[in-house]
Design a protein around this ligand. Structure first.
Ligand SMILES: Cc1ncc(COP(=O)(O)O)c(C=O)c1O
Length: 431
């Protein structure tokens, strides 16, 4: 059984596609469930014996208690529709956070500055919706598109967060996959694409820290990318939703790099979220900041099809962006788990301490076979790397040798799970 086939067909036929794509064909968790169905889980390392879910990147640390208070204090807002651009207080909190986090010049966030909160910041119900709408807004803008319109290609890393592919296809775009494997430092290289392809690109998704590999682009790389996007006039959508979870230095950001390059925020959008930073994935609160022309286009699209962010949520979000103590605490908990992972797995299974994010990206030969064995023998669900990737034109899926392991549970359970995982993977051949 080759579960990659439907996706391969989807990718190869994308140019000739007459009907909408099957989103399930590349939705990793449907593919994982299909792989495991019919196989009962083995004894799990969890104290309650239930299967341990290490497949989904769902933060499980608790958000700070003041979130509940902020929601309750602003309960009047539940009977109002969300405002498309949110509240001035939320946009100002975001601008202050960006200024502090990335050392931006104060004049950037002043009225009329490159990052004027009224023109360059838009609240989002999590980064996902904004990332999805970025393709719709960029490709459907036609002649009105800031980059002149008529471009159809959407550049995305391979492996990729499934929303990039879904958005590209939903917008009628033509996905162009950029391999992000060990040879390229686990980051995609738009510079390596044919200049003619770059000229036809409307949009490029770039995730840093990268999901799944945890690689981080430094400022020099970000500047090169921005210069490339401006030269070929495509939109760069930087997915920075893991920016606050890191093991060493705080990752550089696209807005900072753009402002340092000159040219304001032209061609750049940066997506952020409280889901990972504040461990609040259920709150649905984030933002996009960047080129005001692109923000305008996104705003127009989101007014038509977006959910908006409810006013009580914006009030809670405002408080979260203004508090760093809980973020430091959250980050320290992940760092503790990475230290455990390094102790248990270091030197084996291609273990690499990721610079950012909360995933292990382990090289295990055949990720699909390993995931099945970990389920059958250890009651643990991990994601085969191939399910986040797709075949390149040469038939190679760069995710195939890997599994992605999300370190979302408490340290004791992570330690027990990784120890068990190491035993199963070591004994694989004899199973
Ligand atoms: C790479 C990446 N981008 C964006 C998101 C979306 O997160 P949210 O919509 O909760 O901000 C996720 C969530 O898992 C992700 O892994």
């Amino acid at each position: 059984m080759n579960l990659c086939r439907p996706y391969v067909r989807l990718y190869r036929s994308v140019h000739a596609m007459a009907s909408p794509p099957s989103f399930q064909a590349f939705y990793p968790f449907t593919r994982l469930n299909r792989l495991l169905e019919g196989s009962p889980p083995g004894p799990s390392p969890a104290p309650d014996g239930e299967p341990v879910l290490l497949s989904l990147g769902e933060p499980r640390h608790r958000p700070p208690a003041f979130v509940a208070g902020a929601l309750a204090d602003n309960a009047d807002g539940w009977s109002r529709y969300p405002l498309p651009r949110g509240t001035p207080g939320y946009r100002r909190a975001v601008a202050d956070w960006l200024t502090h986090r990335y050392g931006l010049p104060a004049n950037a966030v002043a009225t009329g500055g490159a990052l004027d909160p009224e023109a360059a910041i838009l609240p989002l119900p999590g980064s996902r919706e904004g990332l999805f709408f970025a393709a719709l807004a960029t490709l459907s803008a036609g002649r009105d598109a800031p980059n002149g319109g008529g471009k159809t290609k959407v550049l995305l890393p391979n492996p990729f967060y499934h929303v990039y592919m879904g958005a590209a296809l939903a917008a009628g775009g033509e996905p162009v996959l950029m391999p992000a494997s060990a040879e390229s430092g686990h980051l995609p290289e738009p510079e390596a694409l044919d200049p003619a392809v770059l000229d036809q690109a409307a949009l490029c998704y770039f995730c840093t820290p990268a999901n799944p590999q945890g690689a981080v682009a430094d400022t020099a790389r970000l500047k090169r990318l921005i210069a490339l996007a401006r030269k070929h006039d495509f939109v760069l959508a930087f997915d920075e939703c893991y920016s606050e979870i890191y093991t060493g230095e705080a990752p550089a950001g696209a807005l900072q790099a753009a402002l340092a390059t000159g040219g304001g925020l032209d061609n750049v959008l940066a997506f952020h979220s409280l889901s990972k930073r504040s461990s609040a994935p259920g709150l649905r609160c984030g933002f996009v900041a960047g080129d005001p022309r692109l923000i305008e286009k996104l705003d127009e699209a989101l007014r038509v099809g977006g959910a908006g962010v409810p006013l009580p949520v914006l009030a809670a979000g405002e408080r979260l962006w203004r508090d760093e103590a809980h973020v430091a605490e959250n980050r320290a908990r992940y760092q503790e788990k990475f230290a455990i992972a390094e102790r248990v797995l270091g030197g084996r299974f291609g273990f690499r301490l990721p610079a950012g994010g909360f995933f292990l990206w382990l090289e295990v030969g055949d990720g699909e076979a390993a995931a099945l064995e970990l389920w059958r023998h250890g009651g643990m669900k991990v994601l085969p790397g191939a399910y986040m990737g797709a075949d390149m034109p040469d038939g190679r899926n760069p995710g195939k040798p890997y599994i992605r392991v999300a370190l979302i549970h408490d340290a004791a359970l992570v330690e027990a799970a990784l120890e068990r995982l190491a035993v199963i993977l070591t004994n694989r051949k004899s199973l």
